[in-house]
Design a protein around this ligand. Sequence first.
Ligand code: MIG
Length: 516
Amino acid sequence: LNTRRELWGTDCYGYGNDTDAVYKNIPFYMGLHKNVGYGVFFDNTFRTFFDFGKERKNACSFWAQGGEMRYYFINGPKLMDVCRRYTFLTGRPELPPKWALGYHQSKWSYYPESTVRNLAKEFRNRKIPCDVIHLDIDYMDGFRCFTWDKKRFPNPKKMVSDLKAQGFKSIVIIDPGIKIDKKYSVYNEGVKHGYFCNRGDGPLLKGSVWPGECHFPDFTNPKVRDWWATLYKGLIEDGIAGVWNDMNEPAIFEDGSFPFDARHDYDGHPCTHRKVHNVYGSLMAQATCEGQKLYLDNKRAFTITRSAYAGVQRFASVWTGDNLATWEHLKIANIQCQRLSASGISFAGSDVGGFIGSPNGELYTRWIQMAVFHPFFRTHSSGDNGDKEPWMFDEKYVNVVRTYIELRYQLLPYIYSTFWQYATDGSPMIRSLNLVDQSDSESYFREEEFLLGNNILVAPVSAEGISSKKVYLPKGKWYNYWNDELIKGKQEIEANTPLDQMPIFIKAGAVIPFQP
Ligand code: MIG
């Protein structure tokens, strides 16, 4: 209440609780009126505002800087049904490859090849489960998308296949900016066929990002999406199993983003950047997803994107961008993943431990514990303050981290089934308590507890050095995972939180499949 929110995709490095706008643009909200749950989806890609009691007390309003006043009112009356119908409208995901639900390790950046090989070896030597290694921008030749730096990675195909033999999938990052370089084939093709965005006054739009001066594909043009898809051929032939799309707000260093009057095709309905900005990232992710499918030989694609518009769940998972290694940000990540999940995007996660700065062992351990229950589970860091692999902390932390990553794998059948349910009927995987029992007014004010699927409730530990924490259990009966105590719901209890215990509760009567 008393807030106004703006949707205008922004590269909000080091954002905080009050940052507005952020990376993603999902013009959807839910409400309760006399216990009847409803949702409003504002189907408009222009810069959009939602005002909840800020402009006028007791009034909610929303508007955009262009386009039609086209919105969908979804009558629950159950909030869970609002979520499901919202995805009926905007789309549901395909099942991801199972490995994508495992643990991912990332850093900006792991290079050269020997560093990547050592990383893989360390995971296996230390018996910490891990399925995926992410390569950030430094694998590329001068940040040219779809190339490899041959000094750092002389034989990528061999490296990727050796990693595969050890049970690792490799993911690479791809940004939208294409380096202006007459010796670079992607640049030449793009210019020749008119695939890049133009400025309002005619010439090709230029902007500086990592490679220096770049042009930017117009992903609103179906021909450009088809072309972009084919660019993944080489990487997939090198054995790459998934793609990470970054900087697609779109972000430009000096000006923030494209000028408002930049030109776009918009599927044959030419328009300016005002109409495209918020959907640019989703369309890039769509082309990226389709590209993998062209060459993956019927294997499932995996894409992760930073910017997104409503419906992105059909093509990609998301992460919450450049957060901080603080306790505050552990809480923010918790809330973000709940809200994304209610907004059609269950396949979400945060940079575990925080992207900017260095967590201490306790913060990292607590963050891992929470992220075990987030569908996308990846440690990532800016690398500015040293490394952030699970073994960078004292042994007592490493042991707890290992146990929790193991728990993630034990729970995979449950998590995968929960994903199947999401893919099938749009049920959010992560559920705030108000989705579980909207008639319980206590649930409106609880932000930390959440359910993963139907039967597991967790309460992430979000403060340092605490030995217990208050947890609210919704209606029904719950088993304390740690001591099998049966507890009646609709009450607040005190749960113990020694370092190796995050409060976990299992709904009475549930069957939870475990695997080794
Ligand atoms: O300007 O690729 O959010 O995850 O490591 C920074 C480098 C660009 C921002 C992403 C982050 C990634 C970083 N990128």
